[in-house]
Design a protein around this ligand. Sequence first.
Ligand code: SAM
Length: 294
Amino acid sequence: MSSAPDPAPTPDDLRARSRERWERQAEIWERRRDWFQAAVAPVSHAMIETLNPQPGHVVLEAAAGLGDTGLLAAELVHPGGKVIISDGAEAMVEAARRHAAERGIVNVEVTPMELEWLDMSAASVDGILVRFGYMLVPDPETALRDARRVLRPGGRISLAVWDRVEDNPWLGLGTGILADRGLTERFSPENVEPGPFSLSSADQVTELLGSTGFVLPEVHRVEVAFRSPSAEEARRNFLEFSDRATTALKDAEPALRDEVHAEIEAAFAAHPDPDGPEGAIALPGAVLVAAADA
Ligand SMILES: C[S@@+](CC[C@H](N)C(=O)[O-])C[C@H]1O[C@@H](n2cnc3c(N)ncnc32)[C@H](O)[C@@H]1O
């Protein structure tokens, strides 16, 4: 007798799975923060430039992770303004709180908050920043409508999502190797579950902003590079940072794991860092930074 296929996960299943994953990932994000932030700092700068926060403004950073983009805004809204850094995962919120305290930034509040249902009054903030968040929720349309609700008239949103997987070898190359061996699923446009590449088109983002009531949307592409001192370290960064990759190799036999490690390192070695020392690696990536008025 053949068993029935597993039913497709409901949006609430996806939310629960995502929450559990991010609670787990917080420790890794904190540990690999410098590596990740060094690569994507240009994205934060592009987002801040297009948001243009002013002294006195209230800015919300949602799905903020460790809050690196919001902390940049905090300097610009001073004096008189503040930044609210929020995330759905408690462990991320704790890490962000520690980081803000270490940096001695006082005009920042750090709080748990859901991206799809912002726990804030209508028309209460001047700007919203969401770096690498909207592609992860089951219902980005609801999330963006809620963002517009909490923005004051004349407020602005600036968000970032990954461009297509083929433009992001830092994540796609190693995942492709694991998928070729049947150890994980390939990132593909047919996979409708939320994930890093589920909003990877400027047209899709522009349409989403328009359909949720935002006006004058603009999208810029920002190229980034994930640098590591060696192919081995680049492989470690990738395997630890990507939850999909970690899971794929979790129960692998040591011999298979060594073989996969060698294959990933060889693929990464084809991307030498032109500005780095001998053996250093720079894996390319590309990001869509979109902004619009409420
Ligand atoms: C890819 S990380 C990006 C973190 C940070 N914005 C950055 O760019 O470094 C995604 C973040 O979104 C958070 N997140 C995912 N789904 C969320 C949701 N539904 N509500 C709030 N936060 C969420 C995760 O906890 C995680 O911190």
